[in-house]
Structure formats: structure tokens, C-alpha cells
Write a protein that binds this ligand. Structure first.
Ligand code: FES
Length: 119
């Protein structure tokens, strides 16, 4: 494990928060869900590699890719496109469409990530 600081823990004190970050040249998305679980993902859409989250958001339970509106839960799970979801259609689970997750941990002041498995 090679832990590197990603964001200040103070940026993720509220539930349902998503914060973009960059560590060692890799775009990341750090989230805190309703239960307080903090996770780190590659901030790159599995569809056509767009940046999913470009600015911090608070109070939303999902993040949406701006290119073709794919929607992801704060646990990285692909939920469907905004258009399909609005029409009441939910796709079957497809792990290939989920955001790629990295190990992360919260210290007193920092959320740290380990990008080693991706190298
Ligand atoms: S690149 Fe994200 S939905 Fe197409």
C-alpha cells in the first residue's frame, strides 16, 4: 500500500458529498454517502472516458456524467442514463459500467488513496 493525500477530510464532513481531486496525475472522485462511508474512484466515465464530476457537490445521492448523462451512485454503481431513469427504465447490474474504485482511508485531517493496484 502506498497512501497519498487526496483531499482534506473537512471537505467531506457532510453526507452525500462528491469532491473531484487529482493525485499523481490521476483524476479522482472522492465521495461520502448517506451512511458516512468514504470511497475513492477514478473520475473517468466507463462509457467514453469523460470526466464524470467537475466540481464538488453536496446533498446529491448520485453523480452524473455530463457527456451522455450516465448516472452513478456514490458507491460507484452505474444506475442508468438520466433519460432512461426518467422514463422508468432501470438497466440490469453491469459491473463493467461501474466507476473504478481505489482503496482509500480517512485520517484525522486527510482522505488518502492508494493508486498502487492501478500501476
Ligand atoms: S462519456 Fe460519460 S456518459 Fe458517455
Amino acid at each position: 500500500m502506498s497512501w497519498q493525500p487526496a483531499v482534506k477530510a473537512a471537505e467531506l464532513t457532510e453526507a452525500n458529498t462528491a469532491v473531484p481531486a487529482r493525485v499523481d496525475g490521476t483524476g479522482l472522485l472522492i465521495t461520502r454517502d448517506e451512511s458516512g462511508t468514504v470511497r475513492a474512484f477514478e473520475n473517468q466515465c466507463p462509457h467514453q472516458a469523460a470526466t464524470v464530476c467537475r466540481e464538488s457537490q453536496v446533498g446529491e445521492t448520485t453523480v452524473e456524467c455530463p457527456n451522455h448523462y450516465w448516472v452513478f451512485g456514490l458507491d460507484g454503481t452505474f444506475m442508468g442514463s438520466r433519460i432512461a431513469l426518467a422514463a422508468g427504465r432501470t438497466p440490469p447490474p453491469d459491473p463493467e459500467r461501474n466507476l473504478r474504485e481505489f482503496p482509500c482511508r480517512v485520517t484525522d485531517a486527510t482522505v488518502e488513496v492508494d493508486l498502487t493496484p492501478d500501476r
